[in-house]
Design a protein around this ligand. Structure first.
Ligand code: NG1
Ligand code: ZN
Length: 531
């Protein structure tokens, strides 16, 4: 295999530790950073093959998102900015686990199975978060790309959604936007400024937003986009990475799971605050009321705010387009009930992991998808975008219709449709609150969350738990679901489920019930049933 000579040579510089087995999980590979060099090199190889196969630019992002600073991870980004397809996740796992001496034959197998023409050109773009290990690991990815004669462009320090955006722009010949960081800032900030023109009387106080940057890449990027926002948003940044550790006692995951504010944030009563996660693809909002109580507005509240706003605009515009919301099993029961019964929007539930939500959302004219943890975006079908654009220019449309269509047009431009994006979501939420003239408290009052609790349980082998019904029911081990059902029956408005995490070596337990005391009891009992 002469074509792999360079791969053989170079792979010796990226040896696989003995006995290490990893799996491409919910968001790619994730583990302690010092076990990942060989995986990065191999993902550089695989991304090059994927690029040859799809004749498109492929992205490779080095990040472990909300996980601790000493971890790292990698995921591949497909041509339209979405997660790589399941078959290739399988190749990724096989390639990452191949013994050193089998590496070239595994590559040969993939090339054969996918009938890849190795004479095709390949283009791979890379990006990384602020973890100390990320720079060397992304170099290993580039090493892999060059071994198979792929071209590469390293965007360096970027948020995960920024890299997804670049991939989408590059594969649509710039129609989606310019594939530069400047292009991204310009597109989003222009749309944001246009939208805020519909709320001309906002005071500086109303423009003020406290942002917890999780000591990560989001903090750097907020500073960069701020310049473009022309004081239409006044950001006060905390956990900006200058002293604290990434994701440590801060960030969207900490705030959501602990249901408390991040450390290091100076909150005053009623002040709107938000937290990004470590790679800025998730966002949650919160505030403290005058009694000092903490109120969280998570992905479900965000989905409700955005879908309500979009539905109202589409009605004003007189456009007959279906709005749907896609959630996971972690969505608070109150949100689902509100969306279905009050807002009358279709709601569907998928397995955890953005790829599942993204694909489900593609089925609708306007698909709003959010995980409860704050990861999500809105997808507009081609038909929806065309109808909006036509109406905005239609001489026969009424002023009200045109106004709604213009708002919709700018809203489409503000949204990163490649993937959930904390910066884009933040700007959208800020614009919606401004246009509707509502406070964070008004938004929170749309419905009340059922008290809920998430726990992690360490078990010998989390994969013995297999689930069905969008992960809401355990199929194995035998008897587990019956035990959960029996426990749930003891509480009011209760629901609980367990599933193996795809990003950590734990089983996750989720429960909700009528009071915090009940739900804490239920979650604890369910976690004992998992052992
Ligand atoms: P796992 O570890 O599979 O639960 C977590 C999140 C997902 C998703 C991924 C990727 C929860 C309960 N799970 O997955 O929603 O965001 O990480 O980051 O929040
Ligand atoms: Zn993330």
């Amino acid at each position: 295999m002469a074509q792999f000579e360079k791969v053989s040579q170079k792979s010796a510089c990226h040896p696989k530790p003995n006995g290490l087995t990893l799996q491409y999980g919910t968001a790619g590979f994730r583990t302690t950073a010092n076990h990942l060099d060989h995986v990065m090199f191999r993902m550089g190889l695989l991304a090059t093959l994927r690029s040859k196969k799809t004749k498109s630019t492929i992205g490779v992002m080095v990040t472990a998102s909300h996980n601790p600073e000493e971890d790292n991870g990698v995921k591949l980004i497909d041509p339209m900015g979405e997660m790589v397809t399941p078959a290739w996740e399988g190749y990724a796992t096989v390639l990452a686990n191949a013994d050193q001496e089998d590496l070239c034959s595994v590559l040969g197998d993939i090339i054969g199975k996918e009938s890849i023409d190795m004479s095709e050109a390949a283009n791979v773009v890379t990006g990384r978060d602020t973890r100390p290990s990320s720079e060397n690991l992304s170099r290993a990815v580039l090493d892999g790309v060059s071994c198979l004669q792929g071209h590469s462009h390293d965007y360096g320090l970027v948020t995960t959604p920024q890299l997804h955006y670049m991939v989408l722009c590059r594969n649509t010949n710039g129609r989606y936007g310019t594939a530069t960081i400047q292009g991204y800032y310009e597109k989003l900030s222009k749309a944001f400024i246009e939208l805020t023109k519909n709320a001309p009387k906002r005071t500086d106080d109303q423009k003020r937003l406290l942002v917890d940057g999780a000591n990560g890449i989001g903090a750097l990027k907020i500073r960069e986009i701020e310049v473009f926002l022309k004081s239409e948003l006044l950001v006060e940044l905390f956990n900006d990475g200058s002293s604290g550790r990434l994701n440590y006692l801060c960030g969207a995951d900490y705030v959501k799971v602990q249901q408390k504010p991040p450390q290091g944030m100076d909150m005053t009563a009623g002040q709107r605050c938000c937290s990004f996660d470590g790679d800025a693809d998730r966002i949650v909002y919160y505030y403290k009321d005058s009694a000092g109580h903490f109120h969280l507005l998570d992905g479900d509240k965000i989905a409700t705010l955005i879908s309500t706003y979009l539905k109202e605009l589409l009605t004003q515009a007189g456009l007959n387009l279906q709005v749907a919301v896609v959630q996971t099993a972690y969505a608070n029961g109150s949100s689902t009930q509100y969306l279905e019964n009050v807002m009358k929007v279709s709601v569907c539930c998928t397995k955890t992991g953005v790829k599942h939500l993204h694909h489900a959302a593609q089925e609708f004219d306007v698909g709003v998808y959010f995980e409860a943890n704050g990861h999500g975006t809105v997808l507009f079908s081609k038909k929806a975008e065309e109808k909006i654009q036509q109406l905005a220019k239609d001489p026969n449309a009424s002023d009200e219709q045109k106004h709604a269509a213009k708002l919709l047009e700018n809203t489409v431009n503000l949204i990163n449709q490649a993937t959930g994006d904390a910066i884009s979501d933040m700007l959208l939420i800020e614009a919606v609150l401004a246009i509707r003239g509502i406070t964070v408290q008004d938004w929170d009052a749309i419905y009340s969350d059922l008290p809920n609790r998430q726990l992690k349980v360490k078990v010998a082998d989390r994969r013995v738990i297999d689930t069905t019904d969008a992960e809401r029911k355990a199929v194995t081990p035998a008897g587990l679901q019956e035990s959960i059902d029996a426990l749930v029956k003891k509480y009011k408005q209760a629901r609980a489920f367990v599933r193996p995490s795809g990003t950590e070596d734990v089983v996750r337990v989720y429960a909700e019930a009528d009071t915090q005391e009940s739900v804490d009891g239920l979650a604890h009992q369910v976690s004992l049933a998992v052992y």
